[in-house]
Design a protein around this ligand. Structure first.
Ligand code: SF4
Ligand code: SF4
Length: 409
């Protein structure tokens, strides 16, 4: 069958051209072998770094050898097409970023859900290749959803290098990149490394690195970097506000400041991301929705306003957004932390709602936030709310938070 043949250089160039036409900004190729840092990842898992992300424990063998991701009757995959979409739009002005009454959302979530937007493009790219090679089996299209160490493969393909902040960095573009991979059974031409496209040859000749820079490591507000290139998610704001469902460690909460979904700090400070200017993503679905950038926190509780912390409104508003991953209870928990860090008596009516929420995780963080208001302002209505809640609260973790909050008066 034709797909046993190597891809020709002209077809590789045609694939890159098609990828760009579809909306990808970068497209590189690498032979599929053993994942370069599979041992490191296994040790990372063994150290318990995955936390509640238990899905990372699955498919270890396939993660190590992505060729095995082929579903019979597909032959094993020979080539990984590594693609990236640049999602940078603009830097947040300081008056918004530092406004404690607004909740910051990581910039990757300002637009639509990148999984839903990028996956169909990968299917289209696979169709393009199949039409050219005559292959009848499907390639594997993955957008941050399969057991693939995308950043390692991006580096192997010459698409960028992995920075000390664990992000893929393309020096000319920065690190605001969604990575995607398409696994195909066609192989690369014999001696591929000698025949890569001109741009990739140039990147290989002058490999970029972080050099002596350590900005991201020192800027992280929760000291989440155990070492350069090694992140402990259990200290990372992104992990806690997006992936975790449980109660957030008390000692970390003040460092979240007004971040309610993800965190961009270790990318914002990176010199490779400086002076990028304003950009409009070519994929229209990724363009920012105004209300998802830094929504006023109290509006989430207000039926007159968007009311986005109400169950029904949350689903309606975020059904096609990465924000849905945090779920409504998680977002309410995150917003309570931001309200506590604001610490203004104005937050008390909203926190009263959260303290009566059916979700214990929300009640626990509402209690903590009321404790912050008490600590800052000795505001009697906050103490009254906590005392009344104690009379009816049955959840041990919430009761503990209420006692600790009252102690701060
Ligand atoms: Fe630290 Fe934020 Fe980067 Fe996480 S995302 S490592 S909290 S700077
Ligand atoms: Fe590398 Fe500096 Fe960027 Fe961190 S901030 S990823 S150390 S260049």
């Amino acid at each position: 069958m034709l797909y046993h043949n190597a891809l020709s250089l002209s077809l590789i160039l045609a694939i890159q051209h098609e990828a760009h036409r579809l909306g990808f900004d970068l497209c590189s190729f690498t032979p599929v072998g053993e994942a370069p840092h599979a041992d490191f990842f296994d040790a990372w898992l063994a150290a318990g770094r995955a936390g509640e992300m238990t899905y990372l424990e699955r498919h270890r063998e396939k993660r190590r050898f992505p060729a095995l991701l082929a579903d019979p009757p597909s032959p094993p995959f020979e080539t990984m097409v590594v693609l990236a979409v640049d999602y940078h739009q603009f830097d947040l002005p300081p008056e918004i970023r530092d406004d404690p009454s607004r909740g910051l959302i990581a910039s990757y979530a300002w637009g639509g859900d990148y999984h839903e937007i990028i996956r169909p493009l990968l299917y289209e790219l696979d169709v393009f290749i199949r039409n050219r090679t005559g292959r009848t089996t499907l390639g594997k299209c993955l957008v941050d959803t399969g057991p693939v160490l995308e950043r390692d493969w991006a580096a192997a393909a010459g698409l960028g290098f992995t920075g000390k902040n664990c992000c893929t960095i393309r020096p000319s573009v920065g690190s605001w990149l969604f990575l995607a991979v398409l696994l195909i059974p066609e192989s690369l031409p014999e001696g591929w490394t000698l025949h890569q496209t001109m741009k990739e040859q140039e990147a290989l000749r002058r490999p970029a690195t972080c050099g002596r820079c350590t900005r991201c490591l020192s800027a992280c507000p929760t000291n989440a970097f155990v070492a350069p290139y090694e992140l402990d998610p259990l200290r990372c704001i992104s992990y806690w506000t997006i992936e975790a469902r449980s109660i957030i460690p008390r000692e970390l909460r003040p460092a979240f400041r007004n971040r309610i979904f993800g965190c961009d700090i270790c990318q914002e400070v990176c010199p490779y991301n400086r002076r990028l200017g304003e950009r409009t993503p070519r994929l229209a679905g990724l363009r920012a929705h105004h209300e998802r950038i830094a929504p006023p926190l109290l509006e989430g509780f207000d039926p007159v306003h968007p009311y986005w912390l109400n169950q029904e409104a949350f689903h309606r508003q975020f059904a096609r957004s990465p924000i849905k991953r945090a779920k409504r209870a998680g977002m309410l928990r995150n917003v309570c932390i931001a309200l506590g860090n604001w610490g203004d008596p104005k937050t008390v009516p909203a926190l009263a709602q959260a303290l009566a929420d059916p979700e214990p995780v929300a009640r626990a963080h509402a209690a903590w936030a009321l404790g912050c208001v008490l600590a800052k302002h000795s505001y009697a209505p906050a103490a009254n709310l906590l005392t009344m809640a104690l009379e009816v609260e049955t959840d041990a973790r919430v009761r503990e938070e209420i006692y600790l909050a009252l102690d701060r008066n």
